[in-house]
Ligand binder design. Sequence first.
Ligand code: ZN
Ligand code: ZN
Length: 561
Amino acid sequence: MNAPSPASPTLKVLPLGGLGEIGKNMTVVEYDGKIIVIDAGVRFPTAEQVGIDLVLPDFSYLKDRAQDIEAIVITHGHEDHLGALPFVIKQLGGARNAPKIYGRPLTMAMGRSKLEEHRLREVQLTDTPLSKEIKLGKFSIELIHCTHSIPDACNVAVTCDAGTLLFTGDYKFDQTPVDGPPADFLRLARFGKEGLLMLLGDSTNVDRPGWSPSESLVGPALYDVFAKQRGRIIVTSFASNLHRVQQVIDAAADLNRKVCLLGRSMKKNTNIAKALGILNIPDGLLVQPRELENLPDHRVVVMSTGSQGEPLAALRRMAFRDHPQIRIHEGDTVVFSATPIPGNERAVNETIDKLYQAGAHVVTHKDAPIHASGHGYAEEMKMMLNLTKPKYVMPLHGDHHRLQLHKKLAVSVGVPEKHVFCAENGLPVEIDQRGARFGKPVPSGVMYVDGSDIGETADAALRDRRSLSEDGLFVVVATIGDDDGKSVAEAELLFRGVPFKHDEKFLQAVREQVDASVERAAADKIHDLDEIQRILHDDIAQLVWTKIKRRPVVMPVVVAV
Ligand SMILES: [Zn+2]
Ligand SMILES: [Zn+2]
């Protein structure tokens, strides 16, 4: 056998989320034992995941590797790129062990606010300039300006001895953006000239031919729709789409209407953007919900969260007559300045229908051009490929169908088919002098955030009601010894309205889990009954979900005898 030659290290690109789905984007770049993480996003639960607050990528690959991580770079402030940051930091051992976080100022401000909610104040978030190479051990990174549906979005280049990777992040090529310059075409073209090892590109709108419309077309369209209304206007969009918030504010101001912001994320993002000078809001324009009673309907615009039919968002609660401050009435017009993300269509349609039932009229992008996507269409993606001329391509940010379409598109502009890697979450691509190939898969999947960690109490009550109505109630009674905390009788299981077939094997698995959880608590010397009940709740909820894909309200009762 030949002695191994002193080859240079293998560059590993490992997506942990965002492939085969829209959401929870996260990719690991690893070279010579060191790591850069690009994005740390969440996915919102689907209608079937009642009782779940957030879905996270499985980032157990990073466990115990805090010291190897040179940086976490966040491309922009959307939840599917930023939302998992607090959970990643906790996994890495908390604020003190946290690697440095890099990104543009708005992104960092949103990250800071998110980390503060989780009491992770010591983490260092670095406002990072554009077009400047930043050395990070064996790597260097560079942030490049691009356009998307939130200010301060960027492409991220990661360079090491093996070459340069370019993460597009989410982007469109808006030639007439409402704020700042268009994408940095010149810089992108320089990658093409100097040689780019791999492009990791957004696949969201690969199925749409042509070019996406510019955000600057939306403002006039919104104005036209608003100008026709005599009653209240309730407009909904993504809370993070600050361009849209600005355009709604401008139209409202021009038409002499006051604006009331509804929804926690809407208020939070607006405050952050105001502080950074990104939003321009005339004095006295914003009003509180209680002030609406004193204003005639034709002087009111309500801007609300809930454009995706999210169960807990303000608009959905209005539609279901469940909002504490605003009741929909005859004459209201609800303007959807957003389109449903794939997977949310049903919830959005249901919300719209309920709004009609409550007496409102609804305007969507089908009636007027009041929305422009933040993701480029097929021709823009071809332009990205033609400008940067990558040797290899890895489509990101899309379901499997879109990843495959992105592959076809790359091949159509001349990238050899075997140089395009349609990966999966947990499936790395390894690159060395001999070429690129898929490596060995690592554990991947999802982690759930459920319950007390986030969300407000009112949300928790609503969630419980939904869970009860859809998946019923599951009561677990464990009897433990007063002295040693060990299980002294077989667990009793009672359930009402849990839609599953009576299956003794499943029930036995639950009983065994009860015993295992109680034993673990006893071994950990946990004697507080509330605490034991909490452990039981989490373990049983997880087991029930794994076994029957249901989220009943789990009520553990621990009796000490
Ligand atoms: Zn995204
Ligand atoms: Zn985005």
